[in-house]
Design a protein around this ligand. Structure first.
Ligand code: NAD
Length: 233
């Protein structure tokens, strides 16, 4: 049984649908109501604000109550807003921290304690975690923290048979990228990626599926950049 946070849109919706098609029972957890959409994909839905630790705990509890076990967590929910560090604001920085750090950290803890027969967790970071980008400092700092949380969690939960990995997307064609980073979208496709285009949510979902599958049974603590080669060029 799998939980996908932020599964109502973009990358998360592609991951949820991919895992569902592969035979997993999937709960989509999202702050916005995507119940009808989730049902049309054969997934369940639970409205959850992942920036609220109590709601993440209740999500994991409810999933186990409903399905009897929890095998997979994809910590995908995210928000984005660019601003120069010169214009950084504590309130905005805190919004990023609450969702990307506290939310992911709580998800790992609450899921892992219920993965009694091992499991797999994938956290979604960003290329901004490993390279500097104008205007993305507040966001990027929390996305870098996700890589760090992934490594620590892999170390601490490895003995329990729980693998924890991270996927760091480049620019992917989703509402978040189109609304919050249109300039980056345009420049990335033409100039920076080695493949000459931005990515599709389904291309992220394929990698996450691999990471949670038995094909990746000896992979843990890793971050895979899925960025059309941007970080390599
Ligand atoms: P999206 O906006 O299409 O989807 C994000 C989903 O998260 C939405 O359904 C939204 O309602 C949900 N969400 C937001 N705040 C939430 C909260 N507090 N609790 C629960 N759900 C919440 O965005 P996306 O592009 O699919 O992003 C998915 C992940 O990928 C994010 O973590 C994002 O930072 C990361 N990412 C995206 C890109 C990209 O180019 N699209 C690049 C790098 C990283």
């Amino acid at each position: 049984m799998a939980i996908v946070t932020g599964g109502g849109s973009g990358i998360g919706s592609a991951i949820a649908q991919r895992l569902q098609r592969a035979g997993a029972r999937v709960v989509i957890a999202d702050i916005h109501d995507h119940e009808a959409q989730a049902a049309s994909w054969g997934c369940e839905f639970r409205r959850t604000d992942c920036a609220q630790p109590d709601e993440v705990t209740a999500l994991c509890e409810a999933a186990v109550e409903r399905f009897g076990k929890l095998d997979i967590l994809v910590n995908n929910a995210g928000i984005a807003q660019g601003a120069l560090l010169a214009n950084s604001e504590p309130a905005r920085s805190e919004r990023f921290w609450r969702l990307h750090i506290l939310g992911v950290q709580t998800g790992i803890r609450e899921a892992a304690k219920r993965m009694t027969r091992g499991g797999a967790i994938v956290n979604i970071s960003s290329i901004t975690a490993v390279r500097g980008f104008v205007q993305w400092g507040e966001y990027a700092a929390t996305k870098a923290g996700i890589i760090s949380l992934t490594q620590t969690a892999a170390v601490e939960y490895g003995p329990a048979g729980i693998r924890v990995n991270c996927v760091a997307p480049g620019i992917i064609d989703t509402p978040l990228a189109m609304n919050e980073a249109p300039d980056m979208v345009a420049r990335n496709a033409n100039v920076f990626t080695l493949l000459g285009r931005i990515g599709r949510p389904e291309e992220l979902a394929a990698v996450v599926h691999f990471m949670v599958s038995d094909d990746a049974s000896y992979v843990t603590g890793q971050t895979l950049l899925v960025d059309g080669g941007w970080s390599a060029g």
